[in-house]
Write a protein that binds this ligand. Structure first.
Ligand code: BJ8
Length: 425
C-alpha cells in the first residue's frame, strides 16, 4: 500500500490495523469470487480497477474535491435524491456496507436481532474502517424501516453531521406531500452545507447526469435478457454496486462501453454460461459491497442470475426523472414523482413490488425467483411470504432465503440453492 494512502487513511482517523485486515479479507474475497470467473467481458477490467482502488484512488478523488471546496454527502438509501446533491455541486456516495465488522462493539449499541445491513453500518463506524463515512460532510439517514429509524438515533451520538430525512410509508396524496416537503427541506439543507444556490438550470443538468447513469444501467440490464446471457449476475451486481461510489459521468461511460462489448457478444452468441442455463431473478433486500454470498452460491451451482429486483438493482434505478420542466418547482415535482414510485417494502400496502417481480420474471425470461431476505428485516421478510404464495399461484418457482452476512450458513444455502436449480432443469 502506498505511503500516501496510509497518510490519507490516518488523516481520516481510520484504524490502520483494522482497515488493513478489512482490505485483506475484501481482496481475498474478490479474488475467489470475481477474478475466478471465466469468460468475463473485458470491460469488467474497469470495475476490477475501481474495486482495487475503492478505498484508495476514489477516496483521494473525493478528498481532492473537498480540498477544492466541493462537499461530500453520504447516504444509506436510494430515496436520497442524487439530483439535488449534484445540483449543489456536491457528490453523493453510498454508505451501506455488506460485511460484518466490530460486531462485539455493535451489539453494545444495537440489539442482536438487528439486520446485518444496519449492524454493519455501525460496525464500520465503530471499527473506524470506512473512509467514505469519514470523508462525508453530511450523512443522511432516512425514516424507512423501524430498525434504521431507531438506529439513527444512536448513530447521531457517533457522528456529528447526521441529517435525518422523514419518508412516507403510504402511497397516498398525503404521503406524496410529505415527500415533497422533505425534498424541499433537503434541498435547503444541501444549499446551506455547500453554500451553493440550486437553480432550475443546475437541477436540470443534474437530472440529465443521473438519468444518463440510470439509462446506462437499463441498457446493461436489458442485454441480460439474451440467452446465453453475456454477463454474469455477479458482474452485473458489481456494476450496480459501483453505481453508488463512482464519478457519475465516468461510470456512465464505463457501463456503456461494457454494453457495446456485450452487444457484440450477443451477436456472436457468446455467453458466460451455455444456452439454456437456468436463469434466476433475485428479489429482496439490497446487496452492498462486499455482500456477494448468494450470487456466488447461485452462479457456482449451475445457474445464472439475470436480474435483481433490489435497491442495488432495478428497484433503485428503474425510473428516469422527467427533465422537461424549466422551473425549479416543475423539476422538484418531477423528482418527487420519480422517487415516489420506489416500491420499497417499508410501504404499506406495496402491490407494485409483486407486479414488478412478475414483470421482471417474464421480461428477463427467468426460470425461477430467489427471494433474498436479511434476517431480522421485518419489511422484506414479512412481504416474502405473500410474495412466495402469489408467485407460486402463477406457477413461478420460488425459493425463499433468509440469511445474514456471515459465511456460517454457506453450506446449507448451497444445498438448498442446488436443489432448487436441479428442480428447474
Ligand atoms: S428504499 S430497501 S435502500 S430502505 S434490510 S435496513 S429495510 S431491516 S435497506 Fe432499503 Fe431504502 Fe428501502 Fe431500498 Fe431495514 Fe430491512 Fe435492514 Fe433494509
Amino acid at each position: 500500500m502506498s505511503d500516501s494512502y496510509i497518510k490519507m487513511w490516518k488523516g481520516l482517523g481510520l484504524d490502520l490495523k483494522a482497515h488493513d485486515m478489512l482490505l485483506g479479507v475484501l481482496g481475498k474475497a474478490y479474488q475467489d469470487i470475481y477474478l475466478a470467473q471465466k469468460d468475463r467481458p473485458a470491460g469488467m477490467g474497469y470495475f476490477d480497477f475501481v474495486m482495487s482502488e475503492v478505498h484508495g484512488l476514489r477516496i483521494k478523488e473525493l478528498l481532492d474535491e473537498k480540498e477544492a471546496g466541493r462537499k461530500v454527502i453520504g447516504s444509506y438509501c436510494v430515496f436520497v435524491p442524487e439530483e439535488i446533491v449534484l445540483a449543489a455541486n456536491a457528490t453523493l456516495v453510498g454508505l451501506c456496507p455488506g460485511a460484518d465488522f466490530a460486531m462485539e462493539e455493535v451489539e453494545k449499541l444495537l440489539p442482536r436481532n438487528t439486520c446485518a445491513l444496519i449492524k454493519s453500518s455501525f460496525g464500520f463506524k465503530l471499527g473506524k474502517v470506512c473512509p467514505y463515512l469519514e470523508s462525508a460532510d453530511m450523512i443522511v439517514g432516512e425514516n424507512t424501516c423501524d430498525g434504521k429509524k431507531k438506529a439513527y438515533e444512536s448513530l447521531n451520538n457517533l457522528v456529528g453531521n447526521l441529517y435525518v430525512m422523514d419518508l412516507p410509508q403510504v402511497k397516498s396524496g398525503q404521503g406524496r406531500v410529505l415527500l415533497k416537503v422533505e425534498y424541499d427541506r433537503f434541498r435547503a439543507a444541501v444549499e446551506e452545507l455547500t453554500g451553493v444556490s440550486i437553480t432550475a438550470e443546475s437541477l436540470k443538468h443534474a437530472i440529465w447526469t443521473v438519468n444518463a447513469k440510470r439509462s446506462a444501467i437499463h441498457r446493461l440490464s436489458s442485454l441480460r435478457k439474451a440467452d446465453p446471457t453475456p454477463i454474469s449476475g455477479l458482474d452485473a451486481l458489481l456494476a450496480n454496486q459501483v453505481f453508488f461510489y463512482d464519478n457519475p459521468a465516468r461510470f456512465t461511460e464505463s457501463v456503456n462501453k461494457i454494453c457495446d462489448e456485450l452487444e457484440n457478444r450477443i451477436a456472436d452468441k457468446k455467453g458466460v454460461s451455455p444456452e439454456k442455463t437456468p436463469r434466476m431473478l433475485v428479489s429482496g433486500c439490497p446487496m452492498a459491497v462486499p455482500n456477494w454470498k448468494l450470487p456466488w452460491i447461485v452462479e457456482t451451482s449451475g445457474a445464472v442470475i439475470v436480474g435483481e429486483e433490489s435497491c442495488v438493482g432495478a428497484r433503485g434505478t428503474r425510473n428516469l426523472t422527467d427533465d422537461s420542466g424549466n422551473s425549479m418547482e416543475d423539476l422538484m415535482e418531477a423528482i418527487v414523482d420519480r422517487y415516489f414510485k420506489i416500491d420499497c417494502a417499508i410501504f404499506t400496502p406495496n402491490p407494485e413490488r409483486l407486479n414488478h417481480i412478475v414483470e421482471m420474471y417474464e421480461e428477463y425470461r427467468a426460470d425461477g425467483v430467489i427471494h433474498y431476505g436479511l434476517q431480522f428485516c421485518q419489511p422484506y421478510l414479512m412481504e416474502a411470504i405473500p410474495i412466495e404464495k402469489a408467485l407460486e399461484s402463477k406457477n413461478i418457482p420460488t425459493l425463499r432465503i433468509d440469511t445474514d452476512y456471515s459465511m456460517e450458513d454457506f453450506g446449507q444455502l448451497k444445498t438448498r440453492v442446488e436443489a432448487f436449480i436441479e428442480m428447474l432443469k
